[in-house]
Design a protein around this ligand. Structure first.
Ligand code: HEM
Length: 441
């Protein structure tokens, strides 16, 4: 076999080119195969389009699976004890064959998952996909709320993993993160104690974070994801299905009234024509095998490839071992909480004798308000069915603008916190040198 022929052969094998001979064969494939069992037999054309969902939800799930597989192998090598955690991670990085790749893949996939779940949420909002269509038992707003819980869980999964290497980066990021939580009045200190299992970050915190990270949080994400997907089916498919049905209905031309005589010429008038009000679902649907399965496979391959390439390019960092008595300056929270840290630092308000703590506003009030707003939004959005499952519907322009403004602010604050903040949280451009800081013991 020539070289080109063998490359083609591999390509076709990768794409899994099995084509069912008939619709029956395609249906049988689903019924007979355990892995395909959870797919619908038929799917609407719009649901598998690349432009509608951008496959961001699927990519998020593939990233989660990469995390599970790499995480399971890491569990054989990592020791969750304050004395041994750092050295076990150092062994994974420098001694174990391809340990550095395993660690880098786990880390890159975790960062990407946070970003992709956020982008998936943006796409759902901007396509009005949290709104019910014509289906009577649809509960898309509920699925949006399930999604919000998944977003919070994704952040927690990443946050709990942050501490595990037990290096300076880990220790101080968790210190800053949990200090933000402790600023809530009345319950703040208790929450921090509950998170850490102590007043400081020690063995109790490490084992707590470890168990949450490797067992409880992944199990809850898996369970909620299954429910999330089941709801998509129950809600009549992706929101674009409602859009397609609506378009098909308006495409149906009303019957032409013809002047006629009937009933042996005794009565006269227009002939009665009955218009079929049913949407022709058959016309718009295609077998899930291979149309959906092949795309999922392609998205999976693409995601794995991107994670591997990025992991080779960007090795996972490992700083000096955690040292509670050496505070880095600046001490930064994990990147996805830096927009909050930015607000925390800028919002302390002095009103005469009263000082409103910035950490309270940025760390507690703002996230709580944003989450409550997000939960409430689908129920207050009264735009018509024409704006369900369509990108940037003109009718939803105003709310899309508000949503985009909030997201852009979060992104800008994250970029400022990540790249433009130096010692004492002062502002530095990337090309400016930071002053040499005395090490604080
Ligand atoms: C672990 C996190 C998540 C995973 C793995 C996930 C996965 C998915 C997948 C695979 C789909 C099918 C369509 C697609 O690929 O876009 C989907 C749809 C959906 N997701 Fe998520 N999702 C997650 C988080 C979220 C979040 C944060 C929200 C919103 C707050 C959300 C709301 C929705 C809604 C409403 C749909 C139906 C969309 C439509 O009908 O067009 N999901 N999700």
């Amino acid at each position: 076999m020539s070289f080109i022929a063998s490359v083609k052969n591999i390509y076709h094998k990768l794409l899994w080119t099995w084509n069912p001979g008939s619709e029956k064969e395609a249906g049988d494939a689903i019924v007979k195969n355990l892995m395909l069992h959870w797919f619908p037999n038929k799917i609407s054309k719009g649901s598998v389009s690349w432009k509608y969902s951008l496959w961001l939800g699927t990519i998020s799930f593939v990233l989660f699976m990469i995390l599970v597989f790499t995480g399971l192998v890491l569990m054989f090598l990592y020791v969750p004890s304050v004395e041994r955690a750092y050295s076990s991670v150092k062994d994974i990085e420098f001694v174990v064959s391809f340990g550095w790749l395993l660690r880098a893949m786990h880390r890159i996939a975790a960062h990407l998952m946070v970003a992709l779940v956020f982008l998936h949420m943006m796409r759902v909002f901007l396509t009005g996909a949290y709104k019910n269509g014509t289906s009577t038992d649809a509960k898309r707003p509920l699925n949006w709320i399930v999604g919000l819980v998944l977003l919070v869980l994704t952040l927690l999964l990443s946050f709990t993993g942050y501490l595990l290497p037990w290096d300076q980066l880990a220790y101080w990021a968790i210190t800053v993160g949990t200090n933000i939580a402790s600023s809530a009045p009345l319950i703040g200190k208790g929450t921090r104690f509950f998170l850490l299992g102590s007043n400081e970050i020690n063995q109790n915190a490490l084992i707590r974070f470890y168990v949450l990270h490797v067992f409880f949080l992944p199990m809850i994400v898996l369970f909620l994801f299954s429910y999330h997907m089941w709801r998509v089916r129950k809600d009549g498919g992706l929101a674009i299905v409602d859009r397609e049905a609506l378009e098909e209905k308006t495409e149906q031309t009303p019957p032409v009234k013809t002047k006629t005589y009937s009933l042996l010429g005794i009565t006269s008038g227009a002939t009665v024509h009955v218009q079929n009000t049913m949407v022709d679902e058959e016309k718009n649907s295609i077998p899930a095998v291979p149309n959906l399965t092949r795309r999922i496979w392609l998205v999976t391959l693409f995601t794995v490839l991107v994670v591997v390439v990025l992991s080779i390019l960007f090795r996972a960092p490992l700083e000096a071992p955690a040292n509670p008595s050496v505070t880095p300056n600046p001490a930064k929270a994990p990147w996805y909480f830096l927009w909050l840290q930015e607000i925390v630092t800028d919002t302390t308000i002095n009103l005469g004798i009263i000082t409103i703590n910035g950490a309270f506003i940025g760390g507690i009030v703002l996230p709580a308000v944003l989450i409550m707003l997000a939960v409430w939004w689908p129920y207050r959005d009264s735009s018509s069915i024409n704006s369900v499952g369509v990108w940037f519907a003109p009718e939803r322009r105003r709310q899309n603008m508000v949503f985009i403004a909030i997201c852009v602010m979060i992104i800008i604050f994250t970029i400022i916190g990540t790249y433009l903040r130096g010692p004492y949280w002062n502002f530095y451009f990337p090309w400016e040198d930071w002053p040499t800081m005395p090490v604080r013991f």
